[in-house]
Design a protein around this ligand. Structure first.
Ligand code: NAP
Length: 273
């Protein structure tokens, strides 16, 4: 029940209409008996959003595109990992002091927890904020990073920061990797026929991790399964990064609950004719 003591939390971005964060976080609040509510706020201006978050105040802020980088300079403190990645997806407001974190990297670690990464050859497709969180994790795990981005300079910059080799498109064909990660929106609904890499470069026994979670099974994942690779959906990352946001805010563990089922049901509902 919402009352005068209910704490406000928010997801901020532009656009924000597609965000599953309110559904997921409000379900966590219900199951964990937390007197809080999450609402979505859309604004292209990050300065206005941060001023509003301070004024209201908003206690936990989930940050999404396009503000994950631009919010950094507006915060009072940024966690070391988030600074290294150059991307903040979580802000905790403690008595007016805003501290930024990156929980995407925790979601990535959980999604890849069963994959051997040390010494393995990894292709990261895309070089934006999510790709940098993947690269951070790969570096931590001792993987050999290969970066591809349609803007070659961005792949080079990622490699300067995390180590690894920037590849041109021609070098992708004919090369096979132990792990392929799609960190671009290629394959995202409604462009579900698109796929980031040719299935020829997917090797049997390799791991293919698609950060896209809508649809739940992308063309990349389908082709990976056909080739005998292990396909991992972005849904794991989505749920786990949100659970980590709540752990950070509440300072305690979150119980097991069917959060995956909740989001799967919602995504399936969106695609029903
Ligand atoms: P971002 O910072 O905007 O980066 C987007 C990246 O995708 C850039 O490298 C961009 O290349 C590339 N790209 C965009 N459109 C492309 C296209 N049509 N063909 C080839 N490359 C393209 O976004 P982000 O935060 O890194 O997010 C990337 C993806 O990860 C999105 O699909 C997002 O939904 C997903 N994601 C999922 C989760 C999860 O929890 N599962 C969390 C975060 C992000 P240029 O730099 O050359 O433009």
């Amino acid at each position: 029940m919402i009352s005068a003591s209910t704490k406000l939390t928010a997801v901020i971005g532009n656009p924000i209409g597609h965000s599953l964060s309110p559904l997921l976080h409000n379900e966590i609040f219900l199951r964990e008996d937390v007197d809080a509510v999450m609402l979505a706020f859309q604004n292209a201006d990050i300065n206005e959003l941060v001023s509003a978050m301070r004024a209201l105040p908003v206690h936990l802020i989930a940050v999404t595109l396009p503000h994950k980088e631009s919010i950094i300079s507006l915060l009072d403190e940024v966690d070391e990992k988030a600074l290294a990645i150059g991307s903040v997806n979580t802000v905790i407001n403690t008595d007016g002091k805003l501290k930024g974190y990156n929980t995407d990297v925790v979601g990535i670690a959980v999604a890849l927890k069963d994959a051997t990464l040390k010494g393995k050859s990894v292709l990261i497709f895309g070089a934006g904020g999510a790709a940098r969180a993947v690269a951070y994790h790969m570096k931590e795990c001792g993987a050999k990073i290969h970066s591809y981005d349609r803007t070659f300079k961005k792949a080079q910059t990622l490699c300067e920061k995390f180590g690894g080799m920037a590849l041109e498109l021609a070098a992708l064909n004919g090369t096979q990797f132990d792990v392929i990660v799609n960190a671009t929106p290629v394959g995202l609904h409604p462009n579900t026929d698109a796929t980031p890499v040719s299935k020829d470069i997917i090797r049997k026994g390799s791991v293919v991790f698609d950060l896209v979670y809508n649809p739940l099974e992308t063309r990349l994942m389908r082709e990976a399964t056909e080739k005998g690779a292990q396909a991992i959906s972005g849904l794991t990352m989505l749920v786990e990064q949100a659970l980590e946001q709540e752990r950070l805010w509440l300072g305690r563990e979150i119980g097991n609950a069917p959060y995956y089922v909740l989001l799967e049901r919602e995504l399936n509902k969106q695609h029903r004719p």
